[in-house]
Ligand binder design. Sequence first.
Ligand code: HEM
Ligand code: HEM
Length: 212
Amino acid sequence: MSQLSFRSHHSALARLWHWADLAVVTGLLITVLLRRTVLSARGNATLIQSQLQDLGANVNVDQSKKVAALLRDNLWDWHVYLGIALAVLLGLRILAELTSPAEERLLAKLKAGVAAWRAGGDKEAKHFTVMKASYIVFYACLAFMAASGLTLEYGEGLGASEGLLDTVAEVHETMLYFFLAFITLHLIGVVRSELTGAPGLVSDMVNGGPKS
Ligand code: HEM
Ligand code: HEM
């Protein structure tokens, strides 16, 4: 198997990591979706106020907003639990990179791709290099999400200023779009490879694939 082949061996830890990452990232995206739809504090505040009024209880806007925010916060606990799981997964991925055989390491694959590209590599070498580089960017963004998410959760207790927390929250929130774009392009890429260049890519991620 060539060093630049998309068909490569994935250790059991790497495969387990990949599917656990899929589950955790999907869970995080579901919490964001629910927060912005059925558990939206603004939308539910109006609903709570009008329903209670129908039942004869008089609550003002602020009281109903408080109840709606409590319901949303229950959901948000799950965002934080999954976020902590994501930070742990990132730690394991770094450990796997450091302990796996040289030829299975992502950085080694990227280096091989760059060397082939520099040596006047063909389209395949360029494609391979861009794919591996995109995974490095993904891991960097994952590290940022873990660090910023943990700062949002625990920063106040550790004395972070309100201004800093607001900026971190804004960037953390905006990074959502990077994850949506990465996942979309990743899935298109995987399906395209299965249909054209490298069929078997997905089963490699399930059964480990060919050993070099
Ligand atoms: C792929 C990873 C992640 C994505 C896509 C993501 C997405 C988001 C989004 C979109 C928001 C803003 C919610 C809104 O106002 O609509 C948010 C807030 C937040 N996230 Fe994440 N997040 C991720 C990882 C994490 C991690 C690792 C943690 C760490 C514990 C975390 C903790 C938080 C906290 C504490 C907030 C603030 C909630 C609030 O303002 O009450 N997130 N996240
Ligand atoms: C939330 C969704 C997903 C995320 C965040 C994600 C993330 C990743 C990452 C970071 C890698 C690079 C692994 C490495 O070499 O370090 C990867 C590789 C891969 N993923 Fe995913 N993945 C997702 C969903 C999926 C799904 C649904 C499939 C299959 C149907 C899939 C199939 C693959 C395959 C076959 C590879 C190996 C590609 C290669 O070696 O170039 N992924 N994924």
